[in-house]
Design a protein around this ligand. Sequence first.
Ligand code: ZN
Ligand code: ZN
Length: 301
Amino acid sequence: MSVEPSSSSIVRIALGSLLVGLAVLALKGFAAYATGSIALFSDALESVVNVVTAIVALVAVRLSARPADAALPYGYYKAEYFSAVVIGIFIAVAALVIFWRAYEGFLAPAPIEADPVGLGVSVAASVLNAIWALTLQRIGRREKSPALIADGKPLMTDVMSTIGVLIGVLLVIATGYTQLDAVLAALVGLTILWSGWQLIRQSVIGLMDVAVEPKTLNAIRELISANAEGAIEAHDIRTRQAGPMMFIEFHLVVPGAMTVEDAHTICDRIEARLREAVENAQITIHVEPENKAKHSGIVVL
Ligand code: ZN
Ligand code: ZN
């Protein structure tokens, strides 16, 4: 079983990502300014996206952790989907700016300044990014957190694209074929768009109340069946996920003459088993008498 890092260490790591992102952004911005390269400008915009992502993620982590209150009785878990939508919109704007500048640069190519300091600073930005990505993966492995290891991946992608852009810029300087700079910038724009699409797709799935995995649903059905002794049937099982929370609801058919107290005891037993098996489960059970049974759900064993 993987153990997620505590929320305070998540906040510390998110702050670290933000600081590294700001430093990398400053270095890349300088490199783009010093060389006048559109490709390096796009690479710097990619860092703007990373910084915005880090800020929004930080806010979302704190917001999601808030307990449910009178205004939001189901909790704040969906905050993380909204943060993904905000980031997605930001990515789309960044990509549009990049495509526009690439288009202009392709039609009216301007020479690149072969500024050694600018190029060196860009290399330094990549090294810093790579070190942080590796640090995240190391902490992730130590804390057995797949989430942290995954956090390092986009940074490594960023490092790769910066290396690609640098090789391209050196080619442009060597060959004088300035339009290649605009083509490289457009490629960076496409990479950013692709990552934005992935993000939006995931959050839309979450906002649409997607059901739990079939494997988990089967486990839930078996647990209900195995722990509902005294009941007759369970039907209309519905599940949905919201961030880390998992909502489970179903109807439980009991003999019409059973007391409320006995029916409630069965519900409590099922709820306790489900909570043990499914992390962050929120369970609602609707009890109904025999003559309302559909006889099309799980027959209780
Ligand atoms: Zn029913
Ligand atoms: Zn109760």
